[in-house]
Design a protein around this ligand. Structure first.
Ligand code: NAD
Length: 497
């Protein structure tokens, strides 16, 4: 794994030129924001910018402008809309180095994670552009002679997109790209932890790509701004990515306002290691699944369920791997783990670890932090009642629980309200498939780990991880459009009345 820090090239204008966005939001061009927020580098605590912060009034103005702009945008030829999204993909590629640097500094990503995130975002835009080649409806048989009857998909209108900070470029991209390509306007609310990589850069990309004014608004803000988006009458749909607790509030508000809502929320994903698994490969999958991006991934391997006959060997291998992973500033040092996003998150992770240890778990390595730098942690002897088993971790912690047989493994894996991802490792693909078949998760991977995403695949979870919507591929056609029945007759005919 290369962890080389990529410097932006100097032969091109900077996408994130501060003079454009400092103290501003993107709403019908760059306009002065009612407040500002410091952009902080978690690894050093250094303030690296001052972004604009929105408020409920800003949201109301943006949503009203978006509703006006959406009508012309939906009426524009599909080729025109798709050309903008394609150019956005090209711009991501052209400015890749600069985008990576922002992700490294602002979100604490290591460069390979950031690089991968930009590739994933390009994939999302390319996938969105390909939607143009899919049929948007059906010609229906009609019961009325001479009548043409069609079912067609039409854009939803203005979509409010709310995203967290952990993958601040690709999470907006997977909503904004297809929503725009299919004729919607978007108001994106970025997270206050990542105003630049989570908002400013997406705004700049679409500005440079030639998106007409008013079709995309980008406003940074917290709960109050998010809630304003959920309540706004001009916003017809909410796409929310974040924690299950917030998702419930967003879902309630959207329901009260009769809005379509897609909620992609937390996870507590199991990695099941059967007794015939290759322990080296499985422990490497486990380390990747739990420690990548400091474990701050919804899909992270949150529970390692390992057959009792190999659990000692597995723990030894995992501890050894954890010990090899350097932690530090990803902008200046070659590290495998960067900082946790903020102090509150560190304390949350430490609380889960401490309470689990006090209930009998064993911290075989890690379990401590220096500032925001949390050591890769392996917890042995974890039982289903401990917080490390029941709660979403969102930190670099691998809790390991042993099981007796395949049926026991399935029961443990499903002993959660969440249902985002799951993975099974076995020497026999067939046997792993038989276990995988019984796992209640929206994304299941055999002889792999839990952190996977591909633009053509439907991304979504079951249970408390999702309200049933899916991002990606042809699932996008359904998500960002709704049915309309259209009939037509050559001329109007009289009725009996
Ligand atoms: P969070 O729920 O606290 O915040 C998510 C977003 O919601 C932020 O933009 C935040 O400002 C906004 N928000 C907060 N309160 C709100 C309210 N009352 N109304 C409207 N918006 C509000 O989540 P977080 O802790 O920042 O992010 C981590 C969580 O996100 C984890 O649970 C993780 O699993 C989840 N996540 C899920 C996916 C997925 O695709 N399933 C992807 C990434 C992260």
């Amino acid at each position: 794994m290369s962890t080389e820090v990529v410097e932006p090239t100097t032969d091109q204008a900077l996408l994130g030129d501060e003079s454009v966005w400092t103290g501003r939001i993107f709403s019908d061009g760059w306009t002065d924001a009612p407040a500002t927020i410091e952009v902080t580098e978690p690894a050093t605590g250094e303030v690296i910018g001052s972004a604009g912060l929105g408020d409920p009034e800003t949201v109301a103005r943006a949503a009203s402008s978006a509703a006006r702009a959406q009508r012309d945008w939906a009426a524009a030829p599909a080729t025109e809309r798709v050309a903008v999204v394609r150019r956005a993909a090209e711009l991501l590629e052209r400015h890749r180095a600069e985008l990576i640097r922002w992700l490294v500094r602002e979100s604490g990503s290591i460069p390979p994670k950031a690089d991968n995130e930009i590739s994933a975002s390009i994939g999302q835009f390319e996938m969105a552009a390909s939607l143009i080649s899919h049929p948007l409806g059906h010609v229906l048989p009609s019961l009325t002679p001479g009548r043409t009857s069609m079912a067609r998909r039409v854009p939803v209108g203005v979509v409010g997109v709310i995203c967290p900070w952990n993958f601040p470029v690709v999470l907006p991209a997977r909503s904004v790209g297809p929503a725009l390509a299919l004729g919607n306007a978007v108001v994106l609310k970025s997270d206050p932890n990542t105003p630049v990589s989570g908002g400013v850069l997406t705004a700049r990309i679409f500005e440079e790509a030639g998106l007409p004014d008013g079709v995309l608004h980008v406003i940074c803000g917290g709960a109050e701004v998010g809630q304003a988006l959920v309540e706004d009458p001009n916003v017809r749909m909410i796409s929310f990515t974040g924690s299950t607790a917030t998702g419930r509030k967003v879902g309630e508000g959207a329901g009260r306002n009769l809005k379509r809502v897609v909620l992609e929320m937390g996870g507590n994903s199991p990695l099941v290691v059967l007794e015939d698994a290759d322990v080296e490969a499985a422990s490497s999958a486990g380390a990747w699944g739990s420690f990548l991006h400091q474990g701050q991934i919804c899909l992270a391997a949150s529970r390692h369920l390992v057959h009792e006959s190999i659990v000692a060997e597995y723990l030894e291998a995992l501890v050894e791997r954890a010990g090899r992973l350097p932690v530090g500033n990803p902008d200046t040092d070659e590290v495998a783990l960067g900082p946790i996003i903020n102090q509150k998150q560190v304390e949350r992770v430490q609380g889960i670890v401490d309470r689990s240890v006090s209930q009998g778990a064993t911290a075989l390595t890690g379990g401590t932090h220096e500032g925001l730098f949390y050591s890769p942690t392996v917890l042995g002897d974890v039982t289903p009642s401990m917080p490390a088993f029941t709660d979403e971790l969102f930190g670099p912690v691998a809790p390991v629980t042993s099981f007796r047989d395949d049926a026991d493994a399935v029961e443990l894996a499903n002993a959660t309200d969440y249902g985002l991802a799951a993975a099974v490792q076995s020497g026999s693909e067939q046997r792993a498939a038989a276990v995988a078949e019984q796992l209640r998760a929206g994304m299941v991977h055999i002889n792999d780990q839990t952190v996977n995403e591909e633009p053509p695949a439907p991304f979504g979870g079951f249970g408390a991880s999702s309200n049933g919507g899916h991002f990606g591929g042809v699932a996008n056609l359904e998500l960002w459009t709704e049915w309309q029945w259209v009939t037509s007759r050559p001329k109007a005919e009289p009725f009996p009345f």
